[in-house]
Design a protein around this ligand. Structure first.
Ligand code: COA
Length: 255
């Protein structure tokens, strides 16, 4: 149901349940979490692209599976999707690009609201339909206002309406709209640009950006300076300095 592939330093994670518009049931959630854990732990994977097979990116939770109306998930609080899942923001500090190929609803949009970059096919459709089936959106409600601003977030979350890629770009949810047929090549192009960066320096930068808003300014600076010391001690930092002095392109190793 979820595919994890790696091409060079780029991991491609694909929601692969096309006949059901890639909706998430318990098994799919397990596989999705495993795919992101694989990406997080794969030393040679520096950037990820997430996309969907078929005509949807992901149409949200599987409302036809038994149990929890938001999908059939394990029972205890600690196992709930809001606490322990990729959509809730696992600590992945490598860059992640969403290549949104079609319907991107509910949990699909929650995942996208976590990604660093959102490239949409002109056929993409975004929305949080949950309120229209009588359930709240939790992680989306936590994340979306920080991402796109209050009223646009509330418009999506509280009306449950679906919006086009164009509107999604207008409100800042999408960075780029591309023709449907060039979606993956556009995502690959962005991934290649990201590979110009030393992966550990990029990771340290993203981690500081992610964590800093939850800290006081002084704590954020202390944490950031500690990250700088760690990143400066890597082999790649030495390579970056040597390459600059020798006026040649650096060769990153992620070490
Ligand atoms: N849960 C379970 N199955 C779903 C689903 C969902 N959320 N969304 C789509 N599917 C299934 C359909 O049952 C159908 O399967 P079937 O062919 O075996 O009947 C298949 O995916 C295709 O969906 P369909 O509704 O026929 O496609 P469409 O193009 O007419 O409509 C949507 C597309 C996305 C507008 C529509 O499927 C929809 O509104 N889905 C529900 C989205 C939702 O509420 N998600 C959030 C849940 S929290």
């Amino acid at each position: 149901m979820v595919r994890y592939e790696r091409d060079g330093h780029v991991a491609i994670i694909t929601y692969h349940r096309p006949d059901k518009l890639n909706v998430i049931d318990r098994q799919m959630r397990t596989e999705l979490n495993a795919a992101f854990a694989a990406f997080r732990d794969d030393e040679d994977a520096w950037v990820a692209i997430v996309t969907g097979a078929g005509r949807a990116f992901c149409a949200g939770a599987d409302i036809r599976s038994a149990g929890d109306p938001a999908g059939e998930f394990p029972g205890t609080f600690w196992e709930k999707p809001t606490v322990n899942s990729f959509e809730s923001g696992w600590e992945i500090y490598k860059p992640v690009i969403a290549a949104v190929n079609g319907y991107c609803l509910g949990y699909g949009l929650t995942l996208v609201s976590w990604c660093d970059f959102v490239i949409a096919s002109e056929q993409a459709v975004f929305g949080y339909p949950e309120v229209r089936i009588g359930i709240p959106t939790i992680v989306g409600a936590i994340r979306l206002p920080q991402r796109i601003g209050w009223q646009y977030a509330m418009e999506l979350l509280l009306t449950g309406e679906q919006i086009t890629a164009e509107r999604a770009k207008e409100i800042g949810l999408v960075g780029w709209i591309v023709p449907h047929s060039s979606l993956l090549s556009a995502a690959r192009g962005l991934a290649e640009r990201l590979l110009a960066a030393a992966p550990l320096a990029a990771r340290a930068t993203k981690e500081v950006a992610r964590r800093a808003p939850d800290m006081s300014a002084v704590d954020a600076i202390r944490f950031g300076e500690t990250m700088r010391l760690v990143a400066n001690a890597t082999q790649d930092a030495a390579e970056g300095r040597a390459a600059a002095l020798e006026r040649r392109p650096p060769v990153w190793r992620g070490r």
